[in-house]
Design a protein around this ligand. Structure first.
Ligand SMILES: [Ca+2]
Ligand SMILES: [Ca+2]
Ligand SMILES: [Ca+2]
Length: 230
C-alpha cells in the first residue's frame, strides 16, 4: 500500500536525497572512467553524434508511452513502480520515492518524457545494461549506445572527474577546438547557465542530460496534450 501522498518532500529532506544520489552517480561515473577508454576527444566529435542521439530519443519516447499507462504525458509514482519492477532492480519504496523526487526536475509533478530519459540513463549507469535489455530487448543495443555517448560526453566535460562540471572545465573544453571553431566565451557562459538548473555553479549528470535532451529538441509530436496548460 504505502499511500505515498506526495513526492513533494520537505526542502531539507529533498536536499539530502539530492546529495545522496548525486554522490552515487559520481561514484558510478568514476568507476566508469577507470574501466573504459575515453571516447570523445573534442566537442566536435560530440556534436557529430547528435542526429543519432535524436533517433535514440524517439525510441525512448515509444517506451515512455508504453509505461505512461493512462497516457497523460506523466509517469506517476504508481506507473514508475510498475516500470521499475519490469527492470527487476531491487529498490525499497523509499528508494523509489527518492529516485522519483531526484528525477522530477521541472515544475510539473511526476516524470515527464525528458525526465524519463534522465531516469533511464541514470538507471543504466547505476545498474548496467541489464536495465535496457529488460525495458526493450529489441532496442537495447541502440539505447545503450545513446546512453554511453551521453555519459561519455559528460565525462569529457567533467575534467577532474568529480561528477560535477564547472564553468572553467566547459570553457576549457570548448576552447580546445581549433581556432576558427572557438566558441565565444559569452556563449559558453550562457550554455553553462542554461544547464545549471539549480544555479549552484556546477552541472551534474542529471542537469547535463536534461539539457541535452531539451536541446536535441524532440517535440512530442503526437497530440501535444501534455504541453497544454490547463
Ligand atoms: Ca501517466
Ligand atoms: Ca516533472
Ligand atoms: Ca547545478
Amino acid at each position: 500500500m504505502g499511500m505515498v501522498t506526495s513526492i513533494c518532500m520537505e526542502p531539507i529532506k529533498r536536499r539530502r536525497v539530492e546529495k545522496d544520489l548525486d554522490d552515487k552517480v559520481a561514484d558510478a561515473l568514476q568507476e566508469r572512467t577507470r574501466s573504459r577508454q575515453r571516447t570523445f576527444r573534442s566537442v566536435n566529435s560530440i556534436t557529430m553524434r547528435l542526429p543519432r542521439f535524436k533517433e535514440g530519443l524517439r525510441d525512448i519516447k515509444e517506451i515512455f508511452d508504453q509505461y505512461d499507462e493512462d497516457s497523460n504525458g506523466t509517469i506517476d509514482n504508481e506507473e514508475l513502480q510498475s516500470f521499475l519492477s519490469k527492470l527487476q532492480v531491487k529498490m525499497s519504496q523509499q528508494e523509489i520515492d527518492n529516485l522519483h523526487s531526484y528525477c522530477d526536475i521541472d515544475s510539473r509533478n511526476g516524470i515527464q518524457f525528458q525526465e524519463f530519459v534522465v531516469l533511464l540513463c541514470l538507471m543504466y549507469l547505476l545498474f548496467g545494461p541489464d536495465v535496457t535489455r529488460r525495458v526493450s530487448e529489441f532496442e537495447s543495443v541502440k539505447l545503450n549506445y545513446v546512453f554511453d555517448e551521453l555519459i561519455d560526453a559528460f565525462i569529457f566535460f567533467d575534467k577532474d572527474g568529480d561528477g560535477k562540471m564547472k564553468k572553467r572545465d566547459v570553457t576549457h573544453r570548448m576552447n580546445e577546438a581549433s581556432h576558427q571553431e572557438r566558441t565565444p566565451s559569452h556563449i559558453t557562459a550562457q550554455l553553462f547557465k542554461e544547464m545549471d538548473l539549480n544555479r549552484n555553479g556546477k552541472v551534474n549528470l542529471k542537469e547535463f542530460l536534461y539539457s541535452m535532451i531539451r536541446w536535441a529538441g524532440l517535440e512530442t509530436e503526437d497530440d501535444g496534450s501534455n504541453e497544454a496548460s490547463p
